[in-house]
Design a protein around this ligand. Structure first.
Ligand SMILES: [Zn+2]
Length: 407
């Protein structure tokens, strides 16, 4: 396979997690009697542009599109993050009723509703019907399409170029990163601004967040690589900042290459930091697999030990990253009998691969397990705060990443 950005032949594996079902392919009870589709989950690194990317797997498209629709508005922390962002951009860019904002992957309108409230014209681009329906109910116009160069050019022809194009947690999920970036270029007004947020590769490597790897996540991005993908499309990263969201994200600000804005010194600072952390050294990538394996081994050893001692264990949070971890570790209901999740759409379903049943959080209070494994470690503190009664009853909480931790 060749690099999706620069075309260099890929010869180095960053991480090989064997085979797994798509991490959002939750199963109904009836589906448990049918065969389940597994795809190889292997991540490669390009030694030319350092794009970390999934290996292509055949016939995957159909299954991914049938996946569970995530509604961004279910997380209160994320809603607050979106509101702060909208306020900042409206004030810094001086957006008014004469401006145009476009959000790619606008989901259920969690972000654009803030621009609607401020009377700034906006347009959402979102191919998933259920979330697009929710956004339209909030008064947000939605184009139900996938974004790329063709759509960017079409928007330009229709006079809908934007002062601000937003893409939150979409850049790492697009299969053709070059086509998507050319679309950004085409849909941007001459003096317009692009902001993209994505999990930062530096944090993934540093915190051994191998469970954030899944099939639908095509790229794992650094500022260095994004600067290159922007440059190749005639764009420029002029500012960048680190955010605490999703275990450590980057927000990059882009503009046309010939824009008069100076490049902020934060870009240089972050590029240097990435270089110092070895993000342009092959050795850094080759050292990752053993760290993922240790996390897997430690979790498995812990679960087996509790089973032998007759202790009760449950999990909290039927998140995609939990599926990556449990499937790589080969954990099944004999070691982890159930997982609780507050999302009603997931309750009564089963985790893909592991077939662990998903139950409402109230179940924890009936069982009072000795241990609760929090699968989405990024919200561990939030979960513990919600489970004050369990803490009082003596339940201990466990997270597996970056290392097994019991508190
Ligand atoms: Zn490359």
């Amino acid at each position: 396979m060749n690099c999706r950005h620069c075309g260099t032949l890929l010869q180095h594996t960053f991480l090989d997690l064997g085979s797994a079902p798509p991490s959002n392919a939750y199963l109904s009870k009836e589906a448990l009697t049918r065969p389940e589709l597994y795809f190889p989950l292997k991540i490669q690194v390009c030694v030319h542009c350092w794009l970390v990317q999934t290996e292509d797997c055949a016939a995957a498209d159909a299954l991914f599109t049938a996946g569970y629709a995530y509604f961004s508005s279910t997380s209160s922390g994320w809603l607050a993050h979106a509101k702060r962002y909208a306020d900042k951009m409206i004030s810094e860019l001086g957006l008014t009723c004469a401006s145009q904002v476009i959000e790619v992957a606008s989901n259920d309108g969690y972000l654009l509703k803030n621009f609607v409230a401020a009377a700034v014209p906006c347009l959402g681009i979102e191919p998933t019907d259920s979330t697009a329906d929710a956004a339209e109910k909030l008064g947000i116009p939605v184009l139900r399409k996938f974004f790329g160069e063709d759509l960017g050019k079409q928007l330009a022809v229709e006079g809908k170029q934007a002062d601000l194009i937003v893409g939150n947690n979409v850049y790492a999920h697009v299969p053709d990163i070059n086509d998507f970036t050319k679309g950004l270029k085409a849909a941007l007004k001459p003096s317009g601004t692009i902001t993209l947020e994505f999990p930062h590769l530096t944090r993934l490597i540093e915190q051994a967040q191998f469970d954030t790897v899944y099939h639908e996540h095509f790229s794992y991005l650094s500022l260095y690589t994004v600067s290159r993908t922007f440059e190749a499309a005639g764009l420029r990263v002029w500012n960048a900042e680190e955010l605490p969201t999703h275990g450590g994200s980057l927000r990059v600000y882009g503009c046309h290459a010939d824009d008069t804005r100076d490049t902020h010194q934060s870009v240089d600072v972050l590029l240097k930091e990435e270089a110092n952390r070895g993000l342009q050294r092959l050795q850094t990538y080759l050292q990752f697999q053993p760290r993922a394996d240790k996390i897997k081994d430690d979790l498995l050893a812990f679960l087996i030990e509790q089973k032998r001692q007759g202790k009760t264990v449950a999990a909290y949070g039927a998140a995609a990253k939990g599926n990556t971890l449990l499937n790589y570790a080969g954990v099944k209901p004999d070691l982890l009998p159930f997982v609780c999740d507050a999302a009603k759409a997931k309750q009564g379903q089963f985790m893909p691969g592991s077939h662990i049943p998903i139950l409402p959080p109230e179940r924890l209070l009936e069982v009072i397990p000795d241990y609760v494994v929090i699968l989405p470690w990024n919200i561990a503190e939030e979960v513990k705060a919600q489970c004050a009664e369990l803490v009082k009853a003596g339940t201990k909480f466990v997270t597996a990443v970056p290392e097994l931790s019991i508190s």
